[in-house]
Design a protein. Structure first.
Length: 192
């Protein structure tokens, strides 16, 4: 079964954007790089912003699949540290860069893209939550632990601009310890 032309084109454009980024993306150079014309990109996607949003969502799908494929770690602390290591490897490293670049350009804050980004964000958080539950976070504590881990790892990912992964490792492990404590049911009464 062959893919529809739009889907095949989206895969090629997504691969290109993952390698080269969103910032400065224009239709003609992207079209030339993926072996099509800018008119075909407009035909299939509409505007440049619509194309970028489609790429962000496809990148997110790939990233969620990578999270879903992560094996459960031996505990919450180990799971958060493993998740951080996964953030620094493909496909998550370039996927997070694309998402952050699209957010930094303001695209994800504008409608109609805001709604798409919000729905995609819910799917992303759901994948992180499911992974943390596989690592031992009780389901009733998972929303709070997920919020802490997800937001913090995004911040650490931004810190990679100025710090090395080794420099950030202790901070990530401190986050992992905090997430494990928050997940501990014996702390449920004190943490709420």
């Amino acid at each position: 079964m062959t893919r529809r032309p739009r889907e095949a084109l989206l895969e090629r454009v997504t691969d290109h954007v993952l390698e080269h980024g969103v910032v400065g993306l224009t239709l003609r150079p992207v079209a030339a790089a993926v072996g099509t014309s800018d008119r075909m990109l407009v035909y299939h996607f509409g505007t440049r912003d619509d194309l970028v949003m489609a790429v962000v969502l496809r990148t997110e799908e790939r990233s969620i699949a990578a999270i879903d494929a992560l094996p459960a770690a031996s505990g919450v602390r180990a799971g958060v540290n493993a998740l951080w290591r996964a953030y620094q490897t493909e496909p998550l490293a370039s996927g997070l860069r694309v998402y952050l670049q699209a957010a930094a350009t303001g695209l994800l804050g504008q409608e109609p893209h805001r709604s798409g980004a919000r729905a995609g964000g819910e799917r992303w958080v759901g994948a992180i939550r499911a992974y943390l539950v596989r690592c031992g976070v009780p389901a009733e504590r998972a929303p709070r632990v997920t919020a802490l881990v997800d937001s913090s790892l995004y911040g650490f990912h931004l810190d990679l601009v100025t710090d090395t992964p080794d420099e950030l490792a202790q901070g990530v492990d401190d986050l992992a310890v905090a997430a494990a404590a928050l997940a501990d049911l014996s702390l449920a009464g004190r943490a709420d």
